[in-house]
Design a protein. Structure first.
Length: 332
């Protein structure tokens, strides 16, 4: 579980891992072994860490935020051209105040996107999210930019997860196949208005419900907060060019509770508008999630975690989506 960390989250240069990520004997490399050790400590003690040396160009990271700022500066009438609805597969733009966390209204607007898939691919369960993503035509080439960004984030997440698998004592491919052989992804492109008062909740306290999250946040505004074991909220101060990575509920289950997903929230006390692009790397949509046998065997002392109920990821995701947007859909 998260410890009483007090200050800056761990910073991990993953470049040695990326360089050797496709090698079966990569743990024989001293640089990889060092990265794996740091991943293990970060996932056990905090559940969050900064990722540097990730190989994604800083220009692309900045450009994604800049064009997102441009979109959110548009009049509501323009943004509502891609309005989120149930009929659109819960994909598209949501205005400020539509999103709820734990039943409480959040102060942000967003574009919600999901990996696209063929009609009928996931049966009745998948029908809820069927449909193409709704990308704005203004700014121009926004879709093309985000397609490139998503591809790179998917590849980076896969490689970080291989390192985490090694950190848990499995092989680098432990999660792949039935669990993550055909990974789903979710992306929330979020805008937080500047506030006049203090401690207005941009997004309430929550854990993420997938595997890994890559957070690309504005460099000049501190708003993301992570809760430690003592209940203190520690600010995740932006580091230019980095991602913040955190583990989610599905990884907690798969690891037999060795790694804990950590509560976090967003409070933008800046008077200026803040943008955050959150990419969620998930399991296969139809994966049945339960502790992997190898981690039950390696960590028998964690018997209290072996009562996890089986979860089908896609069903879990859809339940969260429909709960979050229940009030919105009543008015559509």
């Amino acid at each position: 579980m998260a410890t009483n960390f007090k200050s800056l989250l761990p910073i991990i240069d993953v470049s040695p891992l990326l360089l050797k990520c496709d090698d079966f004997d990569m743990m024989e490399d001293a640089g990889v072994a060092e990265v794996v050790g740091k991943l293990d400590r970060a996932c056990r003690d905090v559940g969050f860490f900064y990722v540097i040396g990730h190989g994604i160009s800083e220009d692309l990271i900045k450009n994604v935020k800049e064009v997102t700022h441009q979109f959110f500066q548009l009049p509501y009438e323009e943004k509502l051209k891609i309005k989120i609805t149930a009929a659109a597969g819960y994909r598209g733009y949501q205005r400020i105040g539509v999103n709820f966390t734990s039943g409480k209204q959040d102060l942000h607007e967003a574009i919600d996107c999901y990996r696209e898939f063929n009609h009928g691919m996931y049966g009745e369960t998948g029908k809820v999210l069927e449909g193409p993503n709704q990308w704005p035509k203004n700014p121009q080439d926004y879709k093309e930019l985000m397609d490139e960004y998503i591809k790179l984030c998917t590849d980076l997440s896969k490689k970080i997860l291989r390192g985490i698998s090694l950190a848990l004592g499995g092989s680098s491919y432990e999660f792949e196949g039935k669990m993550v052989g055909d990974p789903f992804w979710v992306m929330r492109i979020i805008g937080y208005p500047g506030v006049k008062g203090e401690n207005e909740i941009g997004c309430g306290a929550h854990t993420d419900y997938g595997l890994l999250t890559l957070i690309n946040q504005d460099d000049d505004k501190t708003a993301l907060q992570v809760r430690n074991l003592a209940g203190d909220w520690i600010s995740a101060i932006p580091i230019p060019g980095s991602f913040i990575c955190n583990i989610g509920d599905m990884l907690k289950i798969l690891s037999n509770g060795i790694y804990e997903s950590t509560l976090h929230r967003v409070i933008n006390n800046s008077p200026r508008y803040r943008v955050c692009v959150a990419f969620f790397y998930e399991t296969n949509f139809d994966a049945v999630i339960e502790p992997l046998e190898i981690f039950k065997e390696k960590y028998p002392q964690n018997k209290r975690f072996q009562n996890f109920k089986k979860v089908v990821y896609g069903e879990h995701l859809i339940n969260k989506v429909q709960t979050t947007f229940a009030s919105l859909m009543e008015h559509n």
